[in-house]
Design a binder for this molecule. Structure first.
Ligand code: PMT
Length: 227
């Protein structure tokens, strides 16, 4: 066995932007590269957890020892997350889930001869809200961590999402600066706990951010057991 404070714990991590098909060759997505989620998966592995990484991403170095679940759309990610969370201790939703998808995906490639099409969008499910519902029934996962990608009113918006989505911990991610957030190797976050405590971290690598998040989760799990 590998040992470490998360030995025997199942940790589910999501990473990457979901891809919402428009036709067989096109999709709507966002700028998430998966780097932050992959770093979180690695940090959990390093602390001995059994890690399931649910991802839309190809081509990043795989966190060796994690189990891979490949998905594309928000709906597929929802189904994978709910299935894996039935017996998980921790969920960390680093993925950037598209809030909207094309209302219909054309069966054939849309042709330009038809003129510029009008896109009609439909709302995607909110994965963390569905997790909160399942968690009330099953009691798992004990710890649910969300990210909030914000360009303004970072802390207020993140705190509102933490409450609405019944999270244990929210990672408020300022994505307005070019050295933080989507795609780059560094990040700037504030950790907000359900009790309201804030910890604002300086600019650091996504690997270091991941270690801070996972170490906080270790503390939360230890505290839960003492109660
Ligand atoms: O992937 P990288 O390039 O490394 O970039 C990292 C990141 C910026 C993508 C990441 O750190 C981050 O902030 N991820 C969350 C992005 C996001 O979708 O934020 P949001 O504020 O829209 O969503 C809040 C939370 O709800 C997130 O945990 C999200 O996974 C979840 N969510 C969102 C929409 C939805 N339909 N269902 C969800 O569960």
């Amino acid at each position: 066995s590998r040992g470490g404070p998360l030995q025997g714990r199942k940790v589910v991590v999501t990473a990457g932007g979901t891809r919402e098909p428009l036709d067989p060759v096109r999709y709507l997505t966002n700028r998430s590269s998966g780097k932050q989620g992959y770093a979180v998966a690695q940090a959990a592995l390093d602390r001995g957890a059994d890690v399931v990484l649910i991802t839309t991403v190809d081509g990043l170095p795989w966190p060796s020892g994690a189990r891979r679940v490949a998905v594309a759309t928000a709906q597929e990610m929802l189904e994978a997350v709910l299935a894996e969370c039935q017996n998980a201790d921790v969920l960390i939703m680093a993925a950037a889930v598209a809030d909207f998808r094309p209302a219909t995906a054309a069966g054939q490639k849309i042709k330009k001869e038809g003129g510029a099409p009008t896109l009609t969008l439909a709302a995607n499910p909110d994965i963390l809200l569905e997790v909160a519902r399942q968690r009330q029934r099953l009691g798992h996962p004990q710890v649910v961590v969300g990210f909030a990608a914000e360009t303004e009113n970072l802390l207020q918006n993140a705190q509102a999402k933490l409450a609405r989505k019944s999270l244990t911990l929210m990672v408020a991610n300022d994505v307005s600066a070019t050295d933080a957030g989507f795609a780059v190797d560094t990040n700037r976050v504030t950790l907000i706990s359900a009790g309201g405590a804030f910890e604002t971290l300086p600019l650091m690598s996504k690997v270091e951010v991941a270690e801070k998040i996972v170490d906080r989760i270790v503390e939360i799990l230890a505290g839960t057991e003492e109660e």
